[in-house]
Design a protein around this ligand. Sequence first.
Ligand code: HPA
Ligand code: ZN
Length: 338
Amino acid sequence: MSDVISEKFVRGLPKAELHLHLEGTLEPDLKLKLARRNGVDIGQSTVEDVRATYRFDSLASFLAVYYPAMEVLQTEDDFHDLAAAYFRRAARDGVRRAEVFFDPQAHTARGIPLETVILGYSRAAREASRIGVHADLILCFLRDMSAESAVETLAGALPYKEHFVGVGLDSDERDNPPEKFADVFALAHREGLHVTMHCDIDQIGSVDHIRTALTALGAERLDHGTNIVEDPALVDLVVENRTGLTCCPVSNSFVTEDMKATEIVSLLREGAAVTINSDDPAYFGAYVAENYLQLARVAGLSRDEVAQLARNSIEVSWIDEDERIALLADLDAYLANV
Ligand code: HPA
Ligand code: ZN
């Protein structure tokens, strides 16, 4: 019999969010405010008008809306305010640790200096500790840009290395396999940075991309990655290594035909370090607690399984060991008292 999973229980669970694009937290009201502040004509003047543009049914059609929306982000304060609004929402969802993606090339390509982006986001991340969220940044490369541009981006960001803990890979996976970025990931490893990468859902070559990421490029986590169920040997590998899979059920239901609940739950029950995250919550209408709840309801998860998802998120996060132990103790104390 499945337990009744309440919103209160899910929000109260201490958890880590590990798959969140800061640019994907641009809510319509903030977009309008920033457009006004910067004198950018975005062609919409109400929240409803902006929301009406947030429509898509595939990764490519999502990205076609997502990147142009970023033009309202111009100053260091804009980047700060975007991230600060996300951290406030995350705190309300029980997020105690957030490792959040940002896409520097989406801004430098528009003439915004890298420093503006990094310093704005980083200031908000540091301030988030005041509301109980320990946050760090993950710099992502746009895989539909060149491998040389990725290397230039990382080289340009290294003077700001204290502001990010790792690197990732996102944007359009079609014809942009992970091996295209072998050089930049090798550089990241040499610099002691953590490494993760998107292996989006149902892409051409998904399983090959997952294999390359895990066995040739040193990925410590996979973002999405649920197509791994098609290769039992790879599932054994991630179970054995406790490789984190950062799944995003509500996002999946927008860009593919369903939430991929069957795949996510079968991986969880096989012992993979499955985690639940919100991806681009302003666009998909669900922050992290809502992702836990929707998956729990669709899949009939037990309370123990929901708690295991939160435990996994802490276990595969890139925090210091003493903080991990403290956060796991908080989770255990919470579970003992509900
Ligand atoms: N996949 C690829 N690119 C992205 C995503 C995603 O889930 N979200 C924002 N950019
Ligand atoms: Zn993503």
